[in-house]
Write a protein that binds this ligand. Structure first.
Ligand SMILES: [Zn+2]
Length: 343
C-alpha cells in the first residue's frame, strides 16, 4: 500500500498510482483527524471521494503517530492525551474516538487503536502495552458502527518477546477479527530480531484472514515477512525516498542527483515499464532535481511505487508457481536493505 498521509500520495495523481498496479492505499487517521477533521471529510463525501480513489483504502488508528510524533501529555487505560502539532490544542484519543474518526472517514479496512512502545522499552512496559492494546481492541469492536462495510483489524503487539506476542495474538484471535496486523516491528529492533519475531508471530494468526505487517519496509524486509506468512504491507519509503532523489532499482539505489548522470540517456531503471522510465532520461530527471522542478520528486516517486508493485506481483507469481524459495534466493531485489548493509 502506497501511503497517503494527508489524504494524498504526495505528488502522484490517483490515475498514476492506479497505473503502478497499486490495488489499495493507506491514509493516516492522526493527520486527517487534526486537519481538516473527520467530519469535514465525511461532509465532502468520505475518504474515497476526498482522495479521488474509488478502490480500497485502509486507515490506521492514529495510535502509532500519537506515540511516535506527538507531544504526549498523558497515557491512561482510557486513552491518550496529546498536543496537536497543527494548532497546539490538547486532543484526547481513545479507542472509541479512533473508531468514530475511522467510521467517519469511511475506509474499507480500519485498525484498532493500539499502544506501540519503542523496541528498547523495558519488558514491563511492553506487558502493560499489550494489556492496554487488548482492552482497547475490545472497546474498538464495541464502538464500531459500520462492521458490514468496514473491516476492523486487530493489532498484535508485544515487542520481540515471544510469550507476550503469543498471549496478545491468542487473545485477539479469540475476539475473531476479519484480519490481523503485526505492529511494533521495524521500530529499531533490527532486521534479525524482526525476522525472528515474524517467524513466530505470523503462524499464530489464522491462515484464512489477511496478515498485515505495519510500516515495513525495504524489499529484503518484505520478502522475509512474506516467507513468514505475511500478506499486506504499507511503507512511506517509495514516495519519501523518491522525493529525495533516491530510486529503487534491482541493482541497488540510484541517486538521481549524482553528477555522473548529467548526460545519461537511459531510463531510471532499464526494463521498468513505469511512466517515468518510459518517458524520461536520467539526465532530465537529474536536471529537474537541481532546478527545483516538481517533476523530479513526482517521477521518482512514481518509479519507486511501480518498483515495489512489480516486486509484489513477482512474489505473488512465484508463490502461485510454487517457486518462492527459489525466487527469494536468486532475485537480486530480495537483498535490498538499508545503505551500508546490502547496497
Ligand atoms: Zn520506472
Amino acid at each position: 500500500m502506497p501511503v497517503g498521509t494527508q489524504g494524498t500520495i504526495k505528488g502522484v495523481l490517483p490515475d498514476h498510482v492506479a497505473a503502478t498496479g497499486s490495488q489499495i492505499i493507506l491514509a493516516n487517521t492522526y493527520h486527517l483527524m487534526l486537519r481538516p477533521g473527520d467530519k469535514v471529510v465525511a461532509e465532502l463525501g468520505d475518504l474515497h471521494r476526498f482522495m479521488a480513489w474509488p478502490g480500497p483504502i485502509l486507515t490506521d488508528s492514529g495510535g502509532f503517530q500519537v506515540f511516535s510524533l506527538s507531544d504526549i501529555n498523558r497515557i491512561t487505560d482510557e486513552g491518550v492525551t496529546f498536543k496537536s502539532h497543527v494548532d497546539g490544542s490538547m486532543v484526547d484519543l481513545t479507542p472509541r474516538r479512533s473508531v468514530e474518526v475511522q467510521n467517519d472517514l469511511g475506509a474499507d479496512i480500519i485498525m484498532c487503536f493500539d499502544e506501540c512502545p519503542r523496541a528498547d522499552a523495558p519488558i514491563e512496559y511492553h506487558r502493560e502495552a499489550v494489556q492496554r492494546t487488548l482492552r482497547w481492541a475490545g472497546e474498538c469492536q464495541q464502538a464500531h458502527r459500520r462492521p458490514n462495510d468496514q473491516s476492523l483489524f486487530g493489532i498484535v503487539q508485544g515487542g520481540t518477546d515471544p510469550a507476550l506476542r503469543e498471549a496478545c495474538a491468542r487473545a485477539l484471535v479469540e475476539m475473531n477479527f476479519p484480519g490481523y496486523a503485526i505492529g511494533g516491528l521495524a521500530v529499531g529492533e533490527g532486521f534479525e530480531a524482526m525476522c525472528w519475531t515474524l517467524d513466530r508471530v505470523a503462524p499464530m494468526l489464522p491462515e484464512d484472514r489477511p496478515r498485515y505487517l505495519m510500516g515495513v519496509g525495504f524489499p529484503r524486509d518484505i520478502v522475509a515477512a512474506v516467507a513468514a506468512g505475511v500478506d499486506m504491507f504499507d511503507c512511506v519509503m517509495p514516495t519519501r525516498n523518491g522525493r529525495n532523489a533516491y530510486a529503487f532499482t534491482a541493482s541497488g539505489p540510484l541517486r538521481l542527483r549524482n553528477s555522473a548522470l548529467i548526460r545519461d540517456s537511459g531510463p531510471i531503471e532499464a526494463g521498468c515499464d513505469c511512466y517515468a522510465c518510459r518517458s524520461f532520461t536520467r539526465g532530465a530527471v537529474r536536471h529537474f532535481f537541481f532546478a527545483g522542478e516538481m517533476l523530479g520528486p513526482i517521477l521518482v516517486s512514481l518509479h519507486n511505487i511501480r518498483f515495489y508493485q512489480r516486486l509484489m506481483a513477482d512474489i505473488r507469481r512465484a508463490i502461485g508457481e510454487g517457486r518462492f524459495e527459489q525466487f527469494r534466493q536468486t532475485d537480486p531485489r530480495c537483498l535490498l536493505g538499508p545503505a551500508g548493509e546490502s547496497d
